[in-house]
Design a protein around this ligand. Sequence first.
Ligand SMILES: C[S@@+](CC[C@H](N)C(=O)[O-])C[C@H]1O[C@@H](n2cnc3c(N)ncnc32)[C@H](O)[C@@H]1O
Length: 440
Amino acid sequence: MRKINWSVAAVGLACAIAGAMLPEVHFMTFAAAQEVLTAFGRTEDAPAWDAWVRTEDREVRARIERGVEDSISNLVLYGTSFTALPRVASAEVAADSSGELVASARARVRAAAAALPIPGSNERLQFARDFLLRRGVQPKEMDAVLAANLSRFSLEQRGYQEKLKSAHQSGDPAAARLVGATLFDRRGLSVDTSLLPNFALEDSLQAMLRKGAIARDSVRTIAVIGPGLDFTDKRDGYDFYPLQTIQPFAVMEAAARLGLGKLGDIRVVTFDLNPAVNAHLRSMAKRAQAGTPYVLQLPLDDAGDWTPQATAYWEHFGELIGKPAPPAAAPKGLRVRAVAVNPKFASLIEPVDLNVVAQVFDGGKFDLVIATNILVYYDRFQQALAMESIARMLNHGGVFLSNTVLPAQKPEALEYLGRRSVSYSALGAYGDDIVVYRRR
Ligand SMILES: C[S@@+](CC[C@H](N)C(=O)[O-])C[C@H]1O[C@@H](n2cnc3c(N)ncnc32)[C@H](O)[C@@H]1O
């Protein structure tokens, strides 16, 4: 197994801070993209490809700002740190079909606009205010801007629901799967993250272990593509605790729990294009290197019809990588656990700036690569390019797990191993389908 070039990765962090591309991060070359280009009937030559991939990188990164606007709308709808007004049930019901905000959403916009100029130590409000000020929004314009943003967001969310519904009604399961798998291919790039997709990953890895598709002691290096930042996700994210990232820890713990690797030996590199995500991870790793634990808050909605397995996952999360910490004071209706992650393990997480649909990493290879709730933001061609980038970062025999059903026109180097459905709720309304590939 090749080892990650960790010293170079550390140098890379400094480059990422400066906004430069790391020496190990390259735009995908024409040769590397060739197989995917052919599979999709694309005819560009090498110079055209080189120009295209750079433009593509800029266009993809330009979607980050719209993702921030979406996160701000989620904060307006669901935040409890700046108002006692009830949370709105969902973004779809925040506005009528003409985009007019309903009274409860309008009231929340007013509360958020009043809170933004005086954020105090509320880091989400600070983040939203700074973002809007950078955009040139004056304090007196905040209310109107938040309202327009929420109206746009609500209509967009309705559009996604309608698109999914009509795809399912079409009676063509393949077409419906395609719609689901690329649903957000024009949407802003969200950072939101939550705990339970990691349960689906652990459950799938366990099933693979049982079937002999993955071996004990085979994982030393893990790549998490798009680790995310828990800002205020609509389903089970909240804002009563500091911003946090979960997946790098969850995957490290899953590997250890299943005996795929040993804690302390397992290193995790995160790949993300969002500067806020990368800055958060850098600061976490730096504090961990100085001995400070990273505290994760883990809320579970009492009203959820969680399966016993999902509940057990929540109850036991963090037992190996940390110890219990005092939970943050939560709104009614939530159970919260908190875990202080041992700095020894947190310091083994290394963030790298990379756009997986346009760039490749040459700084080392991985035994396990994870990408959940990220590839759904891309079309089939972009997904195939991401698979090429992922195939190139995997060791031979290494595995790649995603919760997006990916295109059949995939790089030959990735062998499809199968799909596993994991429900979090007893009625099956909430869960993930995990697809698994192995690097030949
Ligand atoms: C919706 S979050 C999902 C977080 C986490 N994986 C989860 O399932 O909870 C998507 C993450 O992927 C990142 N992302 C989106 N497009 C990306 C790309 N092309 N390359 C790298 N990261 C990307 C976003 O910045 C964000 O951190």
